[in-house]
Design a protein around this ligand. Structure first.
Ligand SMILES: *Cc1c(COP(=O)(O)O)cnc(C)c1O
Length: 542
C-alpha cells in the first residue's frame, strides 16, 4: 500500500543522508515486512459488507483503510462511518478539509460523521460528500439511524477507540450462530508473496480462482489478487469469469473450458478461452468470423502426458498453419499441465513433459512467427521444479495455504478455517444410541453435543462414527453416530466447560485440512472445494 511505500522511501532517504551505501540499503530494505493491519471484513445486514477498523483514527491509517475500502467495494457503493480524528497535530480546519478531499478521491458515496468535530466541520465535508449525516455521539447514531438505511453497501467503520465503534459493528454485522468458513486474506497475501519470491522478476503469475477460488469465494479473492497485481486469473468455466467481470475485475482472465454456448459471453466480457482441440478452434474461428471480430486473444493447450485436454505435439504444425491463415485469433500463451509435479518418484516424467513442451512450443513459435507466453508449472511445480517457470506460472492450491507436496518446506500460512457452533447438549446414558440407525452406541453415561454442520455443508459422512474429531475449547471431541445432512453429534463428556453456542473448529490452524482429507480418504483439494454453498465465507485481514 502507499503508506508502506512512503515509509520505505523515508527510510531510504534517511540512510542515504547518514552515508550508508546503496548496496547495504538494498539488502536491508528486503528485510522489511509489512505492518499488519487489523482490518476485518465481514458480511453485514441487508447484503452489506463491513470493514471494521475501530481502533484508531488518524490521517495515515484513514488513507490505508480507504484504499482497502476501494479495493473491496467492487461495484457496491462505498460508505464511511467516521469519528473525529484525534491527536493529529494539525489545525482542525485544514485537517477536516483534507479528510473531505480524501474521502472524495477514494470515491466515497456516503458519509456518517460522528463526534463534535465532525459536526463542526459538517459543511466542509458535505461540500465534498453531499450525501452525509452527522451525529454527536455513537449512541445518538445507534438510536436515531435505522438499520435498514444501509442496503447493499460496502461500509468502512473507522473510529478512534473512545468512540466505541464496536457497538456499530455489532449492530450492522450478520449475527452468526452458524457454520462459517473464515478466509484470512493477510495469510493469502503472505502465501502469494512467498511464491513470488521463488520466481524471477520477469516471470508472470496466473492465479487459479476456479471452483469458487478453491472454495474460498471467487470475487473477494480476485479483488485481493487484482489489488496485489497478479498478471492473470484463470477460471474453469465462462460463468465464473462473468461473475468476476460483473464484480469489477479487469485483469485478463483465461477460461479453461469454454464451450459453444459461452462464446457470446467470452466476447462480451473479454474472457480468453483455452483452445485445446481442432473442433473448438474451428467453432470459435467460425464464431469470430460471423461476428467480424479480429485478433481475439486465446491460449493454446498442449497435451504432454496428462491425456486430459490439449493438442498433441504432433498436431501443432497443422494448428500453426491454420493460425497463419486467419485474423480472428492471436495466441496469447501456450501451455501444458504437469501430471505429478508434487511427486518425487515421478520427477523424471516431469522432466520429460517439460522437455517435450519446450521443444514443441519453440517450434510452434517459429511457425506462427511470434513469441507467446509459455507456462507449465502449478504450485508444486513452482516449489519443486523452479527451472520450469518459463514466462509464467499458474498458482493454485498454494495460495490457499495448502501444501500439495509433502516435502515442501515453504512456511505457508493457513488461509481457511471452517467453524461451527453447538446447537444443543444432552446427557445420554449407557446403552442408548445416537443418530440414524442406532449407529452410535453409548458405552458409558455421556454428554453429547449436536453441531450445526452436516454432510450438506461438506462435512463428509466418512468423518462420522468416531473416525474424526473437532476442537471445542481447545479439546478434541470425536464424532459419534452417523453424520446427518445438517448436523453431527460429538462426545464432549471430557469437556464439562462446553456450552451451547460454543465455537467448534472443523479445520484450520489446529486441525490441518490435510488431516481431514486423510480421514475422508481423499486430498485437501477435494475437502476445500466441497464446502457447501450455504456456509458463509467471512473475510478478514489481520
Ligand atoms: C488447477 C490448475 C492449476 C493449479 O494447480 P495447483 O496444484 O492447485 O497449484 C494449474 N493449471 C491448471 C491447468 C489447473 O487446472
Amino acid at each position: 500500500d502507499e503508506a508502506s511505500i512512503h515509509n520505505s522511501i523515508t527510510c531510504i532517504a534517511t540512510l542515504l543522508a547518514l552515508g550508508y551505501s546503496s548496496n547495504f540499503i538494498q539488502e536491508q530494505i528486503r528485510k522489511l515486512s509489512a505492518v499488519e493491519m487489523r482490518l476485518q471484513l465481514k458480511m453485514g445486514i441487508n447484503n452489506c459488507v463491513i470493514i471494521n477498523d475501530s481502533y484508531s483514527n488518524d490521517i495515515s491509517s484513514l488513507n490505508i483503510a480507504l484504499q482497502y475500502l476501494q479495493q473491496q467495494a467492487g461495484l457496491k457503493p462505498a460508505t464511511v462511518v467516521l469519528s473525529d480524528l484525534l491527536q493529529t497535530g494539525m489545525a482542525d480546519d485544514s485537517l477536516y478539509e483534507q479528510v473531505a478531499i480524501l474521502l472524495h478521491q477514494y470515491g466515497v458515496k456516503k458519509l456518517i460523521g460522528i463526534g463534535k468535530k465532525m459536526q463542526a466541520f459538517a459543511s466542509v465535508l458535505q461540500k465534498w460528500i453531499p450525501n452525509s449525516q452527522f451525529y454527536t455521539t455513537t449512541d445518538d447514531f445507534l438510536q436515531l439511524a435505522v438499520q435498514h438505511s444501509f442496503q447493499n453497501e460496502c461500509i468502512l467503520l473507522k473510529g478512534a477507540r473512545t468512540f466505541e465503534f464496536e457497538k456499530i459493528n455489532i449492530r450492522l454485522s450478520w449475527q452468526l450462530h452458524q457454520t462459517v468458513m473464515e478466509v484470512n486474506l493477510t495469510a493469502m497475501v503472505h502465501n502469494l508473496n512467498l511464491f513470488k519470491k521463488q520466481l524471477l522478476p520477469s516471470t508472470k503469475l496466473m492465479a487459479m480462482v476456479k471452483a469458487f477460488s478453491y472454495g474460498s469465494g471467487t470475487l473477494e479473492v480476485a479483488q485481493l489478487l487484482q489489488f496485489h497485481k497478479v498478471d492473470y486469473l484463470a477460471v474453469a468455466y465462462a460463468d465464473e469469469g462473468i461473475a468476476l467481470r460483473k464484480g469489477g475485475i479487469h485483469l485478463p482472465i483465461m477460461v479453461m473450458n469454454a464451450e459453444n454456448s459461452a462464446f457470446d459471453a467470452l466476447i462480451q466480457y473479454q474472457l480468453e478461452p483455452e483452445i485445446y482441440s481442432f473442433q473448438i478452434y474451428n467453432e470459435f474461428h467460425q464464431y469470430l468470423l460471423s461476428q467480424g471480430i479480429q485478433q481475439f486473444p486465446v491460449h493454446i493447450k498442449l497435451n504432454t502426458g496428462m491425456n486430459r485436454l490439449g493438442f498433441e505435439v504432433t498436431e501443432l504444425a497443422e494448428l500453426a498453419n491454420l493460425l497463419n491463415n486467419q485474423q480472428t485469433m492471436v495466441v496469447q500463451s501456450a501451455f501444458s499441465h504437469l501430471v505429478a509435479s508434487e511427486n518425487t518418484e515421478l520427477d523424471e516424467f516431469t522432466q520429460q513433459q517439460a522437455t517435450l513442451f519446450e521443444k514443441a512450443v519453440g517450434n510452434f513459435e517459429n511457425q506462427i512467427g511470434y513469441k507467446v507466453i509459455k507456462h507449465i508449472s502449478n504450485s508444486a511445480g513452482i516449489t519443486r521444479h523452479n527451472q520450469f517457470q518459463y514466462n509464467m506460472v499458474r498458482l493454485g492450491i498454494g495460495l490457499y495455504g495448502i501444501k500439495s507436496a509433502t516435502k515442501d518446506n515453504m512456511p505457508l500460512e493457513v488461509v481457511a478455517t471452517l467453524k461451527t457452533t453447538i446447537a444443543q447438549i444432552r446427557q445420554v446414558s449407557a446403552g442408548q444410541t445416537v443418530g440414524y440407525n442406532r449407529r452410535g452406541l453409548v458405552k458409558h453415561d455421556s454428554r453429547i453435543a449436536t453441531l450445526r454442520i452436516g454432510y450438506a455443508d461438506g462435512f463428509n459422512r466418512l468423518l462420522g462414527n468416531g473416525n474424526a474429531y473437532v476442537l471445542i475449547r481447545g479439546k478434541k471431541a470425536f464424532t459419534i453416530g452417523a453424520v446427518c445432512m445438517d448436523m453431527v453429534m460429538v462426545d464432549i463428556t471430557h469437556i464439562p466447560e462446553a456450552e451451547v453456542n460454543d465455537e467448534v473448529e472443523i479445520f484450520g490452524k489446529q486441525i490441518p485440512i490435510q488431516q481431514v482429507a486423510e480421514w475422508c480418504k481423499t486430498i485437501a483439494y477435494e475437502v476445500i472445494t466441497t464446502i457447501g454453498q450455504r456456509v458463509k465465507r467471512i473475510y478478514f485481514e489481520e
